[in-house]
Design a protein around this ligand. Sequence first.
Ligand SMILES: N[C@@H](CCC(=O)N[C@@H](CS)C(=O)NCC(=O)O)C(=O)O
Length: 205
Amino acid sequence: MPQYKLSYFDIDGGRGEVTRIALHAAGVEFEDHRLTFPQFGEARTHMRFKAVPVLEIDGEEFSQSDAMSRYIGRLAKLYPSDPMQALYCDEVLAAYEDITQFIVGTFGLEGDALKEARQKLMDGKMTVFLTGLQELLERGGGDYFADKQLTIADLRSFVQIRSLSAGVLDHIPADFVQTIAPALVEHQQRIATEQPVVAYYQSRQ
Ligand SMILES: N[C@@H](CCC(=O)N[C@@H](CS)C(=O)NCC(=O)O)C(=O)O
């Protein structure tokens, strides 16, 4: 059995979380290496792209969260084998990555500049993307985004909608997603009750 080590921030969310859930669902032991921000500052100097998550498999390092979640998703049977269903799944992952980038683009702003940038995002790109993702959920049949079963697309949506709805991002109200795309919130709450997700968070207690 290969040795897996996932390095990411000590948060139950962000770009490392889907791979953590999928690793647990795949039934593989892994070192859940959680970094403080100061530790990251030091560790990044040795990382190829100076960013996390980093997945090590038998000491070989891999970057890019969607690449690693797809790989582990395949091991966990959480990634479609059918090419069209894989396309459905990938489209969702990429759209959520775009949303992440929009939000990251407002990091570092303060005061009125932050408030205005976040309002502009909510009125513009976030509304477009959340509405679009809700359409993609409907396309998948309403319960799942692809393959008529749980995939890493559902996990990514679960992680990201949970975070967006937590009220932790200044000027983005906790009910913003509910207002724009209620089906994504309903989906997030349902995915939270799926066995692999429940089992992963139980393992964290
Ligand atoms: N495309 C990369 C982006 C990685 C990335 O930007 N990670 C963030 C944390 S979620 C990071 O390490 N940021 C620090 C930095 O870029 O300075 C991925 O999907 O893994």
